[in-house]
Design a protein around this ligand. Structure first.
Ligand SMILES: Nc1ncnc2c1ncn2[C@@H]1O[C@H](COP(=O)(O)OP(=O)(O)OP(=O)(O)O)[C@@H](O)[C@H]1O
Ligand SMILES: Nc1nc2c(c(=O)[nH]1)N=C(CO)CN2
Length: 341
């Protein structure tokens, strides 16, 4: 199997068993091998057909800098988990080095190496644990439809086939819910979004607890987050795929703005503007919802909502200051996507 190798990703973190290690940052260095089928990318020359090593490096650095682990074994596991969120990576080998570990002798390095596979998680899932795999969220027929819609093959006169290049769009999605284990539902929805053909999740905000906005305040509080993806899907194709993911998580639409296990709204689709009621862009109410604006700022502090009349748009940081629910959006966790709450 083909692979991508990242070597020597270095950042400061506070991992270790000893007291001082909890406070004084030290260097951790990570090597990661990502087993990915690179045959499509090597023919198409298209980033969407592979895994962006820059994004994986970002994930590794944010885990090193993030929540404390006593053991480098645990740190390695969290890094492997985050790498395997990208469905194209079938297996990963992660090595975490701790070159300044507290060892009372001269030494060059200490490291641990772990090997993890997508199929480990599928087996675990059979035992009712951790994250549902994206594949399990669709029926075989739904997956086929999605793949067929998004990957038309065509032949040229010589009989060769080459894949049609699609545009790569940047999209901002808002996720929310207030029934059931919302963070687990949202994690699994994010895996599903990343698994859609031609999609990659490129940013995930912190998770927030928010008071119901525009609805009965007796409703249970919501949890909200914002996710940025790149996609090759066209806007309505993406909307329909998102509606499938919502439905797979038990979303029904009997009551407008009723309680729900999962809601995914398209907030911005690569700056496109549309007043089509089936897909209004940018999302017509995002500008007045702190539960969208605040997590969006985590991913992009310079974000803007661009509209034709600019009545419902502007800089997200300024809109957030004016949003009626700005005092009712409370941080739960920045590390929630990895299960660290
Ligand atoms: N930007 C958008 N993102 C998602 N759905 C949209 C968008 N614009 C229009 N819609 C349409 O809105 C309809 C209702 O969507 P949904 O039931 O998710 O609304 P809601 O989440 O309860 O309310 P809100 O859109 O105010 O958050 C959908 O059938 C969809 O076609
Ligand atoms: N806090 C909060 N309030 C809401 C939300 C939501 O996601 N979070 N979604 C709504 C309709 O989409 C209506 N009100």
């Amino acid at each position: 199997m083909d692979y991508i190798t990242l070597t020597g990703i270095s950042a400061l973190g506070t991992h270790g068993v000893l007291d001082f290690e909890h406070k004084e940052p030290q260097q951790f260095v990570v090597d990661a091998v990502l087993y990915v089928d690179l045959s499509d990318a090597s023919r198409s020359d298209d980033l969407a057909d592979t895994v962006s090593y820059a994004q994986i490096a970002d994930r590794i650095v944010s885990i090193i800098q993030g929540e404390h682990c006593d053991l480098i074994e645990r740190l390695a596991q969290r890094i492997a988990d985050s790498i395997l969120l990208s469905w194209r990576v079938k297996k990963t080998i992660v090595t975490v080095h701790k070159p300044h570990a507290p060892i009372d002798h001269d030494f060059a390095d200490v490291s641990v190496t772990i090997e993890r596979m997508q199929s480990d998680y599928e087996e675990e899932q059979g035992a009712q644990s951790r994250k549902p795999s994206a594949a399990s969220l669709y029926t075989a027929q739904q997956r086929e439809t999605l793949h067929a819609e998004n990957s038309e093959e065509f032949g040229n006169s010589e009989g060769n086939t080459s894949r049609q290049k699609h545009s790569l769009y940047k999209v901002v999605l808002a996720l929310g819910g207030n029934i059931g284990d919302v963070e687990q539902t949202m994690r699994s929805a994010i895996v599903s979004l990343d698994s859609l053909p031609g999609n990659q999740v490129t940013g995930i905000s912190a998770l927030y607890s928010t008071k119901p906005w525009g609805v009965d305040q007796d409703m249970p509080d919501f949890k909200n987050a914002v996710v940025e993806i790149t996609t090759q899907m066209e806007p309505l194709q993406l909307l329909h795929a998102i509606q499938m993911i919502e439905a797979a998580h038990g979303r029904t639409r009997q009551v407008h703005w009723g309680s729900r296990p999962l809601d995914i709204d398209i907030i911005d689709f690569d700056g496109q503007v549309s007043d089509d009621p089936e897909l209004t862009l940018p999302h017509p109410r995002a500008w007045q919802r702190a539960f969208v604006l605040k997590p969006w700022m985590d991913i992009n502090p310079d974000a803007q909502i661009v509209t034709t009349d600019n009545r419902r748009g502007g800089r997200v940081c300024e809109l957030l200051d004016k949003a009626p629910d700005r005092d009712f959006v409370e941080l739960i966790s920045a590390q929630w996507i990895l299960g660290g709450m």
